[in-house]
Ligand binder design. Structure first.
Ligand code: C2E
Ligand code: CA
Ligand code: CA
Ligand code: CA
Length: 277
C-alpha cells in the first residue's frame, strides 16, 4: 500500500511537472515571439448597419510562428494570462493598434474606431488607463478612436476597483465596450454602475438567428435594453443576410462577422477600406 501510495504520488507529481514544463516552455516561446516581432494584429471590420459603412475595427492578435505558422489566440492568451506575460502582450497590442490607427489617419482614410481586447487578468494586473494614455500620446492616435473591450467577468471581479479604472479610462477619453455580453452574470447591475459605451452581443446569441426563438428573444431584448440605456449595441458573429436583417429590424447599431469579412492583416483591411462599402 505504501509503494502504491508513493507510486500514485509520483505519477501525479510527474504529470504536474510536465504540465508546468509545457506551460513554461510556451511562456518562454511567447516572450521570444513578442521580442522578435512575431505577433501581429489582424483587423475585423465593424459595420454601421444603417449605412453599411465600416466605422471601426476590432484588433485581434495572431502569433506567426516561423515553423508552426499562424497560432490562434485561444492557444496562447490563456498561457499569457496564467504566466503574467499578458501584461507585456497587452501593452504591445495597445501600442500597435494605436500606431496602425494613426498610420491610417495619416494616409487620409476615413476615421475609424479601433477596439482592443483587454483580458480580465490584464485589467486587474496592469494600469490599463496609464497604458492607454501612454500609447495614445506616443502614437498621436485620438482617444475617442480607441475602444477597450472588457468582459463582464473582468468587471465582476473586484467591481469597485474596476469602476475606478473605468472612470479613469473615461477621463482619458477612450470608449468602453462590454464583450461577450449576455454570457456573464449580474450584467444589469454593472451597466448601471459603470461608464459603458457599447454592448457587444455574444456570437452565441447571433448564431442561431433566425432558427432559435430563444436566441432571437434574447438578442432583441439586449438591443432594446441597450437603446434605452443610450448605449451602442454591436452584434458579433454575423454570418448571414437573414441575421443582419433581423438585427436591422430590431434597431441594432453595428455588426461584426464573416458576412462582412474575417479578421484581416492590416494591409488587406486597408484595401477593403479603400474599396468602399
Ligand atoms: P473575442 O474578443 O470574442 O473575438 C471574436 C472572435 O470571433 C475572434 O476570434 C473572431 O475571429 C471570431 N469571429 C469573428 N466573426 C466571426 C463570425 O462571423 N463567425 C465566427 N464563428 N467567428 C467569428 P479570434 O481572433 O480567434 O479570437 C478569439 C479570442 O481571443 C477573442 O474573442 C479574445 O477573447 C481573445 N483575443 C484575441 N485577440 C486578443 C488580444 O489582442 N488581447 C486579448 N487579451 N485577447 C485577445
Ligand atoms: Ca472582443
Ligand atoms: Ca466577443
Ligand atoms: Ca470571447
Amino acid at each position: 500500500a505504501k509503494a502504491l501510495g508513493r507510486g500514485v504520488y509520483c505519477f501525479y507529481s510527474e504529470e504536474m511537472t510536465q504540465g508546468a514544463r509545457e506551460r513554461l516552455e510556451m511562456e518562454a516561446r511567447l516572450r521570444a515571439a513578442l521580442a522578435q516581432g512575431h505577433l501581429q494584429l489582424f483587423y475585423q471590420p465593424q459595420v454601421e448597419i444603417a449605412s453599411g459603412r465600416i466605422v471601426g475595427a476590432e484588433a485581434l492578435v495572431r502569433w506567426l510562428d516561423p515553423d508552426e505558422g499562424l497560432i490562434p489566440p485561444a492557444r496562447f492568451i490563456p498561457v499569457a494570462e496564467m504566466s503574467g506575460v499578458i501584461g507585456a502582450l497587452g501593452q504591445w497590442v495597445m501600442r500597435e493598434a494605436c500606431r496602425q490607427g494613426q498610420q491610417w489617419r495619416a494616409a487620409g482614410l476615413p476615421e475609424l474606431r479601433i477596439a482592443v481586447n483587454v483580458s480580465p487578468r490584464e485589467f486587474h494586473l496592469t494600469d490599463v488607463a496609464a497604458c492607454a494614455a501612454q500609447a495614445l500620446q506616443d502614437s498621436g492616435f485620438p482617444a475617442r478612436c480607441l475602444e477597450l473591450e472588457l468582459t463582464e467577468g473582468a468587471l465582476a471581479e473586484r467591481p469597485e476597483e474596476a469602476r475606478q479604472t473605468l472612470l479613469r479610462l473615461q477621463e482619458v477619453g477612450v470608449h468602453i465596450a462590454v464583450d461577450d455580453f449576455g454570457t456573464g452574470y449580474s450584467s444589469l447591475a454593472h451597466l448601471k454602475r459603470f461608464p459603458i459605451d457599447v454592448l457587444k452581443i455574444d456570437q452565441g446569441f447571433t448564431r442561431d438567428v433566425p432558427h432559435s426563438a430563444d436566441d432571437m428573444a434574447i438578442s432583441a431584448a439586449i438591443i432594446a435594453m441597450g437603446q434605452r440605456l443610450g448605449l451602442r449595441v454591436l452584434a458579433e458573429g454575423v454570418e448571414t443576410a437573414q441575421q443582419l436583417q433581423f438585427l436591422r429590424e430590431h434597431g441594432c447599431d453595428l455588426y461584426q462577422g464573416y458576412l462582412c469579412s474575417r479578421p484581416l492583416p492590416a494591409q488587406e483591411f486597408e484595401a477593403l477600406l479603400r474599396a468602399g462599402p
